[in-house]
Ligand binder design. Structure first.
Ligand code: BV8
Length: 252
């Protein structure tokens, strides 16, 4: 862990030992060690078939070219399906399923499903889930394992209209219930741990800001500085898969 600033890490451990209600907020960086490319910065999934990802993942594409949207997300799901959760995902799941804290709420921007795969429960997936399809008419949800790979766009089993990926695209509103629950939990927590996010995407990036505004201690875990760094209480320069297992492990 030579890449980590040890002093900040020790301070973070002391804060954790006194925390009761913890909110963990994750972004693409927590899946880096699982081999899933991030969106911005090195090795990102920035461009595909010559189009920037923010254009491929924009609301207008659903109307304009739904088959291309399916090709894009089938490609992304192909990348994710070969990947496993890493020590960072498992550390959060272990802490959530132990009596380490009174409550541990996990809010993620990720759509890769790796938090579920690691054993986390009640995950608030603000941007949806790449493994699900949603009907354009009746909103029926189906896992893609229930739909033939060659059926594109998938046909809804309820109303037979076409289905789209169950993912929030740029320019689309987030699920209101999920967002409100995440805001409430952010306002109620006494510690917010922000892991692996550049914090540029709105409104998800409001989660740590609400926690801070309502009096929570905010710890950031990221090998690089972000837009949040100046406003957090402790910024641990390190990789999630290295830092989380030691940070979240029960005090000896
Ligand atoms: C909405 C699903 C309104 C799709 C995603 C101008 C200014 C401000 C805002 C806007 C603007 N123009 C438009 C907007 C709004 C827009 C937005 O915020 N745009 C940004 C780009 C400026 N937001 C929206 O459109 C949202 N909707 O506002 O709706 C509305 C209201 C009512 C009615 C109609 C509309 C919808 C946003 C959701 C978009 N969908 N994902 C897909 O995946 O293809 S967002 C996408 O970015 C991913 O979900 C991703 O999770 C998310 C955030 O990125 P990060 O997770 O932070 O990933 P990133 O690569 O950026 O950073 C990785 C970090 O990890 C780095 O810091 C790196 O250092 C670190 N790292 C790397 N390795 C490690 C590590 N950390 C730890 N350990 C490591 N090993």
């Amino acid at each position: 862990m030579e890449s980590m600033n040890q002093e900040e890490f020790e301070r973070a451990k002391i804060i954790l030992s006194g925390s009761k209600k913890v909110l963990v907020f994750t972004g693409a960086g927590i899946s880096t060690e699982s081999g899933v490319p991030t969106f911005r910065g090195g090795g990102g999934a920035g461009v595909w078939r010559g189009m920037p990802f923010e254009q491929l993942s924009s609301a207008e594409m659903i109307e304009r070219d739904l088959p291309l949207v399916w090709e894009w997300f089938d490609y992304r799901r192909g990348v994710v399906s070969e990947r496993e959760p890493n020590h960072g995902h498992f550390a959060i799941a272990k802490a959530q399923n132990s009596d380490r804290f009174e409550e541990l709420i996990l809010v993620t921007q990720n759509i890769d499903g790796l938090h579920h795969a690691a054993g986390s429960h009640d995950v608030i997936e603000l941007h949806g889930n790449i493994h699900q399809a949603r009907c354009l008419s009746c909103e029926n949800l189906q896992y893609l394992t229930e739909v033939g790979e060659d059926e594109r766009p998938p046909v809804c089993s309820e109303c037979f209209d076409s289905m789209r990926p169950n993912v929030v695209l740029f320019g689309e509103a987030l699920d209101e219930d999920a967002l409100l629950k995440a805001y409430e939990k952010a306002a109620a927590c006494d510690l917010c741990i922000v892991v692996g996010t550049s914090a540029v995407v709105y409104p998800a990036n409001m989660i740590p800001k609400i926690a801070k505004r309502e009096g929570a201690f905010v710890i950031e875990i990221n090998p690089e500085e972000t837009e949040l760094t100046a406003s957090v209480d402790i910024s641990v320069r390190g990789n999630a898969a290295e830092v989380l297992p030691t940070l979240l492990v029960k005090e000896v």
